[in-house]
Design a protein around this ligand. Structure first.
Ligand SMILES: [Zn+2]
Ligand SMILES: [Zn+2]
Length: 138
């Protein structure tokens, strides 16, 4: 997001209709489309879409982030985000296959990693995402 100083084609810098303060506008450029958003300290949100300057979207934040009439993708489950994050550089987690059935779904689809310095393997089923700690195989 930029911090525009004097927008020439953005929203009118008018006072908030609810409280009279002047919320700060943020802008983003998404492809050829530019969108603006302001969240007032009173909680009122506004979006401004230069292609439809009269439109006041029912969901200003959604219209700003995704575009008018487009749905935001649902949030990914926390375990998925943690797993994907664990693969990133500079210190990706070295997941290894953990043999044996998952206590949640009985499938043999569990991966884990050593939880050094603890003597366990932290394991996660890739089908039901049940997490558990296991004793490492000796
Ligand atoms: Zn306000
Ligand atoms: Zn499972």
């Amino acid at each position: 997001m930029n911090e525009p100083e004097a927008p020439t084609h953005g929203p009118a810098m008018t006072a908030c209709e609810s409280c009279g303060r002047h919320p700060r506008w943020e802008t983003l450029v998404d492809g050829d489309e530019e969108r603006w958003f302001a969240a007032c300290r009173c909680g009122r949100m506004q979006a401004f879409l230069p292609d439809a300057p009269e439109l006041q979207p029912e969901d200003p934040l959604g219209a700003f982030l995704a575009g008018p009439g487009r749905a935001l993708a649902p949030a990914s489950p926390p375990w998925i985000r943690l797993f994907l994050r664990s693969l990133e550089e500079p210190n990706p987690t070295r997941w290894t296959y953990c043999p044996g059935p998952c206590p949640g779904c009985q499938a043999a689809a569990t991966f884990g990693f050593r939880a050094c310095p603890r003597p366990f393997v932290l394991a996660m089923c890739t089908l039901c995402f049940r997490a558990a700690s296991r004793r490492p195989r000796t």
